[in-house]
Design a protein around this ligand. Sequence first.
Ligand SMILES: C[S@@+](CC[C@H](N)C(=O)[O-])C[C@H]1O[C@@H](n2cnc3c(N)ncnc32)[C@H](O)[C@@H]1O
Length: 219
Amino acid sequence: MTTVNETIEYNEQLSQYIRNLFVVEDETLQQIRERPSKEGLPPHDINPEEGRFLQLLVRASNAKSAVEFGTLVGYSSIWIARGLAPEGKLFTFEKEPMCADIAKDNFAKANVAHQIELLCGDAHALVDSIAAQGPFDFVFIDAEKTGYIDYFEWALENTRPGGFIVAHNVFLHRTILDADTTDEGVKAMQMFHKHVATSNRVMSTVFPAGDGTLVAVTA
Ligand SMILES: C[S@@+](CC[C@H](N)C(=O)[O-])C[C@H]1O[C@@H](n2cnc3c(N)ncnc32)[C@H](O)[C@@H]1O
């Protein structure tokens, strides 16, 4: 018998149920997401319901300007761009030139190329070049885990009051629960959680679908 407070484990079945009802993934997005597994590579992009969640947050905040750290081949960028106001713009950072080239092709296929500027190189070195175009309404962090605190701090300085700062993979496939970890990426993510949760400059929580999405609203 189930009890009122029973915790339901979010699983593939529930994920698929949500996808079928709420997540409108067109052919372009589907092809981008399915490409790595067809080529025998692990998927590193967000999952469809996380994409829909980002799009919803972008729309809910009436965002006209957004920043993304970690483009890969543009799956999440397309979801974000499609949530922006028609005149809105997304700046996205990717250090790997090969990924950046594929992403640009994908932006054209998804009809969002006019809304996205991709900056290729180390985001830490490049990010101040866009600061003058802020303050931004929405920032999405999905690059190297050891950089999350720096990206968050940059976002705090460059996001408007009431803007969103969102970070992906914050469960790190459940390794986040390992208090004795020696893995630098996991330790960095645990520090990031404490950093955001104790910040008095944001209200924050974690959306527990997929690999965990941290959401913070700036004061
Ligand atoms: C998890 S993938 C991003 C997935 C993408 N957001 C999506 O869901 O479609 C992380 C990406 O961040 C890029 N990256 C890592 N460190 C970076 C840095 N310092 N500057 C720019 N890009 C970086 C990697 O090359 C990789 O493509």
